[in-house]
Design a protein around this ligand. Structure first.
Ligand code: B3K
Ligand code: ZN
Length: 903
């Protein structure tokens, strides 16, 4: 799960007199500035403390800020003080009491630049802005009836002038003022140290956060909110109050998130020895949010989608995602908040590490193999294409135009794989010591990736200088493996060759340090004991080979027979591995490998071959029979974890299939996958019918139940693949289910059908749930993913549905994001209508929410992968977008890099 995924905007709200600092806004004639890592300079001034008073009681917000600053001894002595400010109506700005005229002080980017500032000084400012007009959802804005904030990466400058960069850390004291009637709850970071009435209407609360933090971790919330409370007693015996705030209609839906938080807090104590540090931990759920959630110190703000859970409004996948995101944001309290990033190029320092910690947590709470499978699926479908496309960038990018465009699968998911590789190379104990050393050494500081790497080198006693290339070289390494068995000497040799394709700005690549986990299987299916030259005895366990050269030979001695190699076990590195497995080898690994991930992978590779050959019009002899046999074996396996069975019965997705083709043909891929599904549906009908009729009683969120529901719904899908003879099962399931998981699985089947009763059922679902925004999102999403001849037209019509709005990111993503990313066969309609639909909405969205617009645009960036007519039609949309005056720099960067107009 990727909590930073979604997005935001830069809008042109509020343009009356005085000073409007609109640096990140429309670009008009000037080219946007590229920010480069090599230009990093320490801040000229540091903030000793900041006091904010935010008055929300009028039509506009008024922010009074007092900053006590001193010159940074680590910076140039004559460097000016820079205060970032955007979209603010600045009423006054004083330096040590003397009034300044800000309009004369700003540079081209709109930053206020003050020269000749004393070593120590006080800056006071009064700013105004209209939160209700802030459709960018960055800074302080309104969502429903409440006020809330999102400051990462650069939203704080929309609240008050400030050195809005992550290496300026300060303790914050914040007074929130609002009308008591509309905003009875007033929150900010830290502890509430005072509260009371100001007059008959207004009240206030003062919050103090003793932990110095960068401005991106600032948060403020005001509204009429219901609160669910609980406590957590830390390992050292301190009692922490846990408060979950939601709009009143959502009261009663935070139980699952709260329990997940308690589990996460305990896990971080037991696994890493990390305790929570404040007396209160607050989570607020907001309906309008550009991403998954935000780790603000002591006051997390969450997209409702990742907090609210009830069986009628959240699927099993939502329940799982909630636990992951709750954990993720909590883990940031150490990896991100106590130790933060020096600059935004270091983003993966907190995100990669925190995603890895989230993964470890999920693996500890559930099935390790199932979790790993999900992580690898995501990496292959979201990160590998990004790494091979025009937006390809290293885990630590070296330049950006808009930092919000770099909250990517590469920084998050590949970044987490990089951390996993440290873990593999060091082992769990040394890795843990390395993390602790890094946190102790840099507590309260803004750190760099080098700082983390140094702590790991020390803890592991390793040289990781070559490993550091994972941060600087973009692209997915390719490993070619060959083998050789010498029967005379009983030696077996694996020959590994690595290469890394060129990527934008990186024509030449150096060999990487890659941990390759391998096992060897004997003909009887058992692990084969063999010895590496540096080992004294033979053993049969997984070994980690360390690749460092373009070509390396790894010899195994005392190998009595030619083994079948099990390669890249547990997906030990984010690479594409090639070994000339025969179909028999894959079938053998699928049946015998002791590593469950490797078994799953063998099955996927087998299915991949069958599907690709089918898509290319050259069906593999015996291919489907082999798949059927593999499916049958999974269906009949007596003691296998049902969740693993469900993974084995899920064919590789269309995006992963597309990854394997030089020129992607989305329609051929889709048709091939559908044909194979239909054949498997029919051939194994008896099994599917049994699975589908295993009704497990009332809904519970419990691992076995979740797996059973997944199997049952897979069965429903196979039964309806290519034929409608089991449509009545879907209708009945939709009617009778007591939970959203089953209802949605049925809805997905029905949404593909042109039959009147299916269409009526889809409509009835909307009527029944129209007052539940998260369920309505799913209704839009299901139709965006539907496979019907008129899907594009229907998506277009749905953009005109009274409940559709581009103002709500969840809704826009549910329809347009799902369509463009999740329904390739229809998005890539040969007539270009899917592209036009997306292009038009990106342009519509851009003035209001550029962050979201830029994210929705991403599928068009892959235009080079398609045939000439699709390429042309996709480019046309990108060009049309680039022609627009006053484009945001978010969308400009994605569109121009996609066209190769900018590297
Ligand atoms: N740190 C936030 C993401 C912020 C995204 C800003 N565009 C959520 C997370 O990764 O935990
Ligand atoms: Zn994060």
């Amino acid at each position: 799960m990727c909590s930073g995924c979604p997005d935001q905007v830069s809008c042109l709200f509020h343009t009356d007199h005085h000073t409007i600092f609109n640096s990140s806004a429309p670009m008009s004639a000037s080219r946007p500035q590229t920010i480069r890592l090599r230009d990093y300079q320490p801040p000229a001034f540091l903030v000793e403390r900041i006091h904010l008073r935010v008055d929300l009681s009028g039509g506009t917000a008024q922010v009074d800020a007092t900053l006590d600053l001193h010159r940074n001894p680590a910076a140039d002595n004559d460097a000016p003080l820079r205060l970032d400010a955007e979209f603010l109506d600045l009423e006054s700005l004083t330096l040590d009491g003397a009034e300044l005229e800000p309009s004369t002080l700003r540079d081209e980017q709109g930053t206020i630049v003050l020269h000749d500032v004393p070593q120590r000084c006080r800056v006071e400012s009064v700013s105004r802005f209209d939160p209700a007009a802030n459709t960018a959802l960055s800074g302080l804005y309104r969502s429903g009836g409440m006020f809330c904030t999102q400051c990462e990466a650069e939203g704080f400058r929309r609240i008050t002038p400030y050195p809005d960069r992550p290496d300026v850390l300060a303790p914050f004291t914040t007074t929130v003022v609002a009308d008591r009637a509309t905003c009875p709850v007033l929150l900010s970071n830290g502890d509430c140290i005072d509260r009371g009435a100001l007059d008959a209407e207004r009240h206030y609360a003062v919050w103090h956060d003793p932990f110095p933090k960068p401005s991106y971790l600032f948060a403020l919330v005001a509204g009429d909110l219901a609160c669910q409370e609980a406590t957590f007693v830390t390992a050292s015996g301190r009692e922490v109050a846990l408060h979950f705030y939601v709009e009143p209609e959502n009261a009663g839906r935070t139980e699952h998130a709260l329990a997940a938080l308690q589990r996460a807090m305990r896990w971080d104590e037991t696994h890493y020895g990390l305790e929570y540090d404040l007396d209160t931990y607050m989570v607020v759920a907001v309906g309008d949010f550009n991403m998954g959630a935000m780790e603000n110190k002591g006051l997390n703000v969450f997209n409702t989608q990742f907090v609210l859970a009830s069986p009628d409004t959240a699927t099993d996948a939502d329940y799982e995602n909630i636990e992951a995101v709750i954990g993720h944001e909590y883990f940031h309290n150490w990896t991100g908040n106590r130790v933060t990033c020096r600059d935004w190029f270091q983003l993966s320092l907190k995100e990669g590490l925190t995603v890895f910690r989230e993964h470890q947590f999920a693996e500890a709470m559930g099935s390790e193999a199932v979790q790993r499978i999900g992580q690898v699926r995501l990496l292959r479908t979201a990160q590998f294409p990004e790494d091979a496309g025009p937006m390809s960038h290293p885990v630590r990018p070296d330049s950006y135009v808009e930092i919000n465009n770099f909250y990517t699968a590469t920084v998050y998911a590949k970044g987490a794989e990089v951390i996993r590789m440290y873990h593999t190379l060091l082992g769990d104990d040394a890795f843990r010591r390395g993390v602790q050393r890094y946190l102790q050494r840099h507590d309260g500081e803004a750190a760099t990736i080098e700082d983390f790497l140094a702590a790991m080198e020390e803890a592991g006693g390793l040289d990781l200088q070559q490993f550091a290339l994972w941060y600087t070289q973009a692209g997915t390494p390719r490993i070619e493996v060959e083998d050789h068995y010498d029967a005379e000497h009983n030696t077996y040799t694996l020959i590994c060759r690595q290469s890394l394709p060129a990527s934008p700005g990186q024509p030449h690549k150096d060999p990487m340090h890659i941990p390759l986990a391998v096992g060897l299987l004997g003909r009887d299916g058992r692990p084969l004991a063999a010895r590496r030259p540096d080992e004294s005895t033979a053993h049969a366990h997984t070994r980690v080979l360390e690749l460092r050269e373009p070509e390396q030979h790894f010899v195994f001695e005392q190998c009595p027979e030619r083994p079948v190699p099990s390669l890249l076990r547990g997906f030990s590195a984010p690479v594409k591995l090639h070994y000339p497995y025969t179909d028999d080898d894959l079938g053998f690994l699928l049946a015998h490998d002791s590593d469950p991930f490797a078994r799953w992978e063998a099955g996927q590779q087998l299915a991949l071959r069958v599907l690709l050959d089918e898509a290319q019009g050259t069906p593999r002899p015996d291919g489907i029979e082999r798949l059927e046999e593999a499916f049958r074996a999974s269906l009949e396996a007596p003691d296998t974890d049902p969740a693993l069975v469900a993974e084995a019965l899920t064919l590789p997705g269309e995006t992963y299939l597309a990854e394997q083709m030089d020129v992607v043909d989305p329609q051929a891929i889709h048709d091939a996958r559908q044909r194979v599904r239909a054949i498997l549906g029919e051939a194994l009908e008896g099994h599917w019918l049994i699975l589908h009729s295993q009704h497990s009683g009332p809904w519970h969120y419990e691992p076995d139940e979740v797996a059973r529901r997944r199997l049952r719904n897979l069965a429903l899908g196979y039964l309806n693949a290519g034929s409608e003879r089991h449509l009545s099962r879907a209708l009945e399931q939709l009617e009778r289910s007591d939970n959203l998981t089953d209802r949605l699985a049925a809805l997905a089947v029905l949404a593909d059908s042109p039959r009147a009763e299916a269409e009526q059922a889809v409509d009835a679902f909307y009527q029944r749930w129209s007052d539940e925004p998260l369920v309505v999102d799913k209704w839009f999403r299901t139709q965006a993913l539907a496979d019907r001849p008129d899907t594009v037209y229907r998506v277009h019509q749905l953009t005109e549905h009274p409940d559709f709005t581009l103002d709500n990111p969840n809704r826009a993503r549910a329809l347009l994001g799902a369509f463009a990313q999740g329904n390739p066969a229809h998005f890539h309609s040969p007539d270009g209508s899917g592209y036009r639909l997306l292009g038009e909405h990106v342009l519509r969205l851009d003035p209001n929410n550029p962050q979201l617009a830029a994210r929705l645009l991403a599928p068009l960036a892959q235009w080079r992968r398609y045939n000439a007519s699709r390429r042309h039609a996709m480019r046309e949309q990108l060009e049309r977008i680039l022609e627009r005056d006053a484009l945001s720099k978010d969308v400009y960067e994605v569109a121009s890099k996609s066209l190769g107009a900018m590297s």
